[in-house]
Design a protein around this ligand. Sequence first.
Ligand SMILES: [Mn+2]
Length: 321
Amino acid sequence: MSLDNNIDYIIKSSKKILIISHINPDGDTLGSMSGLYSLIRENYKKDADMLLDNLPATYEFLPAIKNAKFYNTIDKSLVYDLVITVDVAAIDRMDEVKVFFEKAHSTLNIDHHATNNSYAQNNIVVPEASSTGEVIASLAQENGWKMNYDAALALYTAILTDTGSFKFSNTSPKTLETAAKLLEYGVKPHDVYKWCYESYPKNFFLFQNYCLNKAVFLKNDRVVYTEIYKKDVEKFAVGPDCTEGLTEKLRAISSTEIAFIAKEIAPGMTKFSMRSKNTDVSAICAMFGGGGHKLAAGCVVKSSVKTAVDKVLAQIENLEL
Ligand SMILES: [Mn+2]
């Protein structure tokens, strides 16, 4: 895979650069952001910033992320020469940080979501890549950027988390080759695994078990879902990343074909995270204005949890599972 891109020129011709992640940041968007930041500073000696809404505690180990700015404290009058979005599938996945994207002199969108509609002035969208981290590692290689431990750790984390530890269908020979090369810079897989997957607070574990225990099974157990309410998130005092990995746990049941979680993000606003073994769930999510990948997609439905679940189930009802 050779990426047709002019990223070298775009970075060289920009003085002040900002990197933006998607809302509810995950390992891919944070690893991509942190990795690209380290690469830009190492290779271009440029003044780059990273902007976040929040940082899940799990990813505080990413070496450069301590330099990230937060939306509620950043100077809103700043205008950047270049704003780079990483792993941001659509403009509305940016939330309020979008204002910096909109007033930037130039914009670059680096992503791997097939549903990405190339919303920036420059777009590097590679649907066959496992993760945005993999896309950035390829860009680094093709542009002859010098890699370092900080960037390698961040990009490895991005690839690891978006492939579910190299077990999702998006894991390709290129994915493993890319990850293998990153290990040459001193990244230790057992350490990254521990930081990503064996560092959860006790309440996260208790909360997830509570959600799993009240899962609902339908269509001969081919469909399984659980509802997540704000009051429970508050009761367990867990963070915005409290549902991470939850949908995969429901998919892991032998009878499951489609699994989803329906999470109340505000009154009358429900976010779906959907997984399947074969069914194209991005098509289901697209009916509600969402999208993603064939086996992993999401959408937000402007209804209470119960009503939203009924609407989604009505679409699943028609499918041969
Ligand atoms: Mn991703």
